[in-house]
Ligand binder design. Structure first.
Ligand code: IPM
Ligand code: MG
Length: 354
C-alpha cells in the first residue's frame, strides 16, 4: 500500500470539471489497488487572483515542492486578459511553477488513437502509423530571457547554456532508447546562435548513444514534415518556443486536443501533469469538456512520479475502452457529459481489476 500524496491545482475554466473526473478515476484506482489518496488541493491562476491572492500563491508552490507530484487543470481566461505581465495567470503562475520546480523536460505525445483517425482534419494516410513524442525544453530560451521596452521598441532575449541543452538532450536520448531509437533535433541553426550551440551540444551528447539515430531539421521545415510524413518521427527534441508551436501543430494529428496528456519533468520523480488543452472558457461550466486528457495525465502521474505502472496501464485501458465504445463527450462523437465520462471510466477501472 502506498500513500499517493500529490498537489491538485484545478485552476480555471474547464480545469475544475476535467479535474473532478480525473480525481474520481484516481479514487477508484486507489481503492482497487489498496492505496490511499492524499490530495492537497490549492488555488492557481485566475481562481487565485479572484480569491485576492497572487496567481501562484505561496502555499500552492510550497505544496507542489513538498509533494513533488502535481496534477494541473488549466489556467487563464478572458476575465484576466486585461492584467499585465506577471499579474496574468499564465505568466504569473505557469511559468514560475515550471521554473521553481525545475521542470525542464516537457513531454507531449502525438499518436492518433485508431478510434479517432476519422475525426482528425487530415486524411487517414497522413495519420496511420504516426507515433512520436515531442521533448520540449521548458525552463529556458526566450520565455525566460530578459524582456523589456526601451526607446527603440521592445525585446525578448533568447539564451541557452550548454548545460541546459545537455540535460534535455539526455532526456530525449534516454526516451528514444525505450522507443524506436531515433531522435530528431529541431532548431534554426541557419540563423540563431542559440541553435548553433544547441546542435553542437546535441551532437556531443549523441556520442554516448551510438545505438540511437540522430538527425537535425530546421523548425520551418519541420512544420511541414510533421504533417506530411509524421510517421518518420520518434522523439522530437526542441527548445522552448519551437516546442510550444510544434506541439500545438502535433495535436492536429490526434483528432482532438481533449485526449492528449503531458508531463513536465525534472530530475528524479518530480513532475507536473496536465492536459495540453487550455481552460476553454467558451465551454466552461456546461459539462461539455472532454476529461480524457486530464484522466490520462493522472495516469502518467501514477506511472512517472509514483512508479505505478500497472495502475497507470489500467486507467489507460479504460480510456481505450471509452474511445472504442464512444463513451465520450460530443467533441469526439459521444453524447456523455464530462462527469459521465469520468463515472464510466471509474466504473470500468472498478469492474476490471480484481
Ligand atoms: C503551453 C502554453 C503555455 C506556453 C502558455 C499558456 C504560457 O501554450 O503550455 O504550451 O506557452 O508554454
Ligand atoms: Mg502552447
Amino acid at each position: 500500500m502506498t500513500n499517493i500524496n500529490f498537489t491538485y491545482l484545478p485552476g480555471d475554466g474547464i480545469g475544475t470539471e476535467v479535474g473532478e473526473a480525473a480525481i474520481k478515476v484516481l479514487n477508484t484506482t486507489a481503492i482497487k489497488f489498496g492505496h490511499t489518496l492524499d490530495i492537497e488541493e490549492h488555488l492557481i491562476g485566475g481562481a487565485a487572483i479572484d480569491a485576492g491572492l497572487r496567481p501562484l500563491p505561496e502555499e500552492s508552490l510550497a505544496s507542489a515542492k513538498k509533494t513533488g507530484a502535481i496534477l494541473l487543470g488549466a489556467v487563464g481566461g478572458p476575465k484576466w486578459d486585461h492584467l499585465k505581465g506577471s499579474d496574468r495567470p499564465e505568466l504569473g503562475a505557469l511559468l514560475p511553477l515550471r521554473k521553481e520546480l525545475n521542470l525542464y523536460a516537457n513531454i507531449r505525445p502525438a499518436a492518433p488513437h485508431p478510434a479517432l483517425i476519422d475525426k482528425a482534419p487530415l486524411k487517414r494516410e497522413y495519420l496511420e502509423g504516426v507515433d512520436f513524442v515531442v521533448m520540449r525544453e521548458l525552463t529556458g530560451g526566450i520565455y525566460f530571457g530578459k524582456k523589456g521596452r526601451d526607446n527603440l521598441g521592445a525585446y525578448d532575449e533568447c539564451r541557452y547554456s550548454e548545460e541546459e541543452v545537455r540535460r534535455i538532450a539526455i532526456k530525449a536520448f534516454d526516451l528514444a532508447r525505450l522507443r524506436r531509437k531515433k531522435v530528431t533535433s529541431v532548431d534554426k541553426s541557419n540563423v540563431l546562435e542559440t541553435s548553433r550551440l544547441w546542435r553542437a551540444v546535441v551532437e556531443d551528447v549523441a556520442k554516448d548513444y551510438k545505438d540511437i539515430a540522430l538527425d537535425h531539421l530546421l523548425v520551418d521545415a519541420m512544420t511541414m514534415h510533421m504533417l506530411t510524413h509524421g510517421k518518420d518521427f520518434d522523439v522530437i527534441l526542441t527548445e522552448n518556443m519551437f516546442g510550444d508551436i510544434l506541439t500545438d501543430e502535433a495535436s492536429v494529428l490526434c483528432g482532438s486536443m481533449g485526449v492528449i496528456p503531458s508531463a513536465s519533468l525534472s530530475d528524479g520523480t518530480m513532475g507536473m501533469y496536465e492536459p495540453i488543452h487550455g481552460s476553454a472558457p467558451d465551454i466552461a461550466g456546461q459539462g461539455k469538456a472532454n476529461p480524457l486528457a486530464m484522466i490520462l495525465s493522472a495516469a502518467w502521474m501514477l506511472r512517472l512520479s509514483f512508479k505505478m505502472e500497472i495502475e497507470a496501464a489500467v486507467i489507460e485501458s479504460a480510456v481505450d475502452a471509452a474511445l472504442y465504445g464512444e463513451h465520450t463527450t460530443g467533441d469526439i462523437g459521444g453524447s456523455l457529459s464530462t462527469s459521465e465520462v469520468g463515472d464510466w471510466i471509474a466504473a470500468y477501472v472498478g469492474d476490471h481489476v480484481s
